[in-house]
Design a protein around this ligand. Sequence first.
Ligand code: GLN
Length: 500
Amino acid sequence: MSAPPEPVGWDAARTAAALAAGEVSAVEVTRAHLDRIDAVDDRVRAFLHVDREGALAAAGAVDERRRAGQALGPLAGVPLALKDIVATADMPTTCGSRMLDGWRPPYDATITERIRAGGLVILGKTNMDEFAMGSSTEFSAYGASSNPWDLERTPGGSGGGSSAAVAAYEVPLAIGTDTGGSIRQPAAVTGTVGAKPTYGGVSRYGIVAMASSLDQAGPCARTVLDAALLHSVIGGHDPRDSTSVREPLPGVVGAARRADVAGVRIGVVRELGGEGFQAGVRQRFDEAVALLTGLGADVVEVSCPHFPHALGAYYLIMPSEASSNLARFDGMRYGLRTGDDADRTVEEVMAHTRATGFGEEVVRRIILGTYALSAGYYDAYYGQAQKVRTLVQRDLAAAFDQVDVLVSPTAPTTAFRLGEKVGDPLAMYLNDVATIPANLAGSPAMSVPIGLAPEDGLPVGLQVMAPALADDRMYNVAAAVEAALQERRGHPILEEANAL
Ligand code: GLN
């Protein structure tokens, strides 16, 4: 695939500039993207819901305000898609689950409100693994999405729909959520950019909770600058989220424009990138590290000795919190209800609803989490996992005493085949080995494309991790890598995708 024609091939910053200059209208931009969705989404299946009329009406309103000379946000008129875990009062919000089939929230999430207030045009809701549990979108109750690079492969998960939509030029921007890697791993395997902000940096109000101490929404885009622009629209304190940070939003847009790593101290995490990492992933990662050195960064190796235990701790903490959060889906208050006949008690209807409404992976985690939290096992599992979490946090704190940012490959492999790992939970979980530490610590991390693996021609991502509240540092480093590679290659990496 070479870049599709304008304005669909434009990134968000270019689109915003064209809109501001009056080269195109928001309605024209929106219509072009809706046409693109019509042309490719039967193959990519990134969207669960497309709101054609709502999008055109929102775009028309932006055009009107612009004509009237009103002040508009920097991304006004730019199309965007929301992961179907973000509450929207005018569209269904299913979380990829039968449990919420067709459910319409009574209110908008804070980020939905901010996106609308910024004049961005919401085209629809994207596919995801059920309740954001998974690394491939194959656990969606509505069928898997495909990777635009190779339709036989997954776009990663859980937010594979958002990243696939961005990679397929269906939207320049999308929202993802990242509990253990669900923004960054899909970005890596689709050749796009995805950022998980500092925990609490973007409001969780109105985002269906999976594991509340880990969940974080963030931007998906085709460029680092676009991700930063969207981050600025959605970020900042929200009194409706008790874990929302009060500090001012880091200067991510300025950092993305700076793209200068001269003198920046960069640590290569020794524990991430060895065994289990595909040769081509390692090769591109090593080249990116050499590139950073060439750009004047001060690169050293750093050890985070407890990282090998992060995955195990995550897969106790995450299911524990999820088992509690998902208790609200009981068939009584909202969403699906099954088995509701006269012979059954309330408890039996609840059990019936939950047995038919949740998919296998969600059930697995609810059982695992309930077990880990139960009296007699709590100390041995959940308590132990929380101790490991503290050790991982200390590893990162110690590392950030020595360096400004850390880098690693984002995912151990390139995009895997649909069906390849879906029957093997452990193989699926291992995709998150490099992304989970940042969630456990609450620190920001992002993925930026660094080329194609020689053995399969599929995209590889570089992960940049920064200390909490220093999100700007990761944007600066990612933008420097992006700019240097783009100069060498001569065109954006996505123009090498060929499946559409
Ligand atoms: N793949 C991870 C999991 O299944 C991460 C999910 C996420 O970040 N939402 O838990």
